[in-house]
Design a protein around this ligand. Structure first.
Ligand code: SF4
Length: 113
């Protein structure tokens, strides 16, 4: 299988078959501070639950986030979504009762913890 290019600011970043683009997009983000949102499991879950950037796979969510988040906020949004998914909007028991964006979230199975 051929490596799949992801374009970042017009620069092709190549992924290997079976590897998640998160690894490749985190490199420019963390190393050089380039504005990108590397979708991991937390960002994927929060984006889909809230309906902020719905997508069936990581690539679809990345594309939508790239379109709706302004360039100057991308690095911060990347970290906010990861932290929100890790500590509040957790996979098994999201803490919807104490979630600051509960009124904005469109998740149908909210848990009042
Ligand atoms: S309300 Fe619940 S499901 Fe929605 S973002 Fe907050 S913790 Fe996640």
């Amino acid at each position: 299988m051929q490596p799949k290019p992801i374009f970042f600011d017009g620069i092709p970043v190549f992924t290997q078959p079976g590897h998640n683009s998160e690894v490749y997009l985190n490199l420019p983000l963390l190393s050089f501070g380039w504005p990108t949102i590397a979708v991991d499991t937390h960002i994927f879950r929060v984006s889909n639950r809230t309906n902020f950037a719905k997508g069936k796979d990581v690539g679809a969510v990345e594309e939508k986030l790239d379109k709706v988040v302004l360039r100057e906020f991308k690095v911060d949004v990347h970290h906010w979504l990861i932290l929100h998914g890790r500590y509040v909007c957790t996979a098994r028991k999201p803490k919807c009762g104490s979630c600051l964006i509960e009124d904005l979230c469109e998740f149908k199975d909210k848990i009042e913890v």
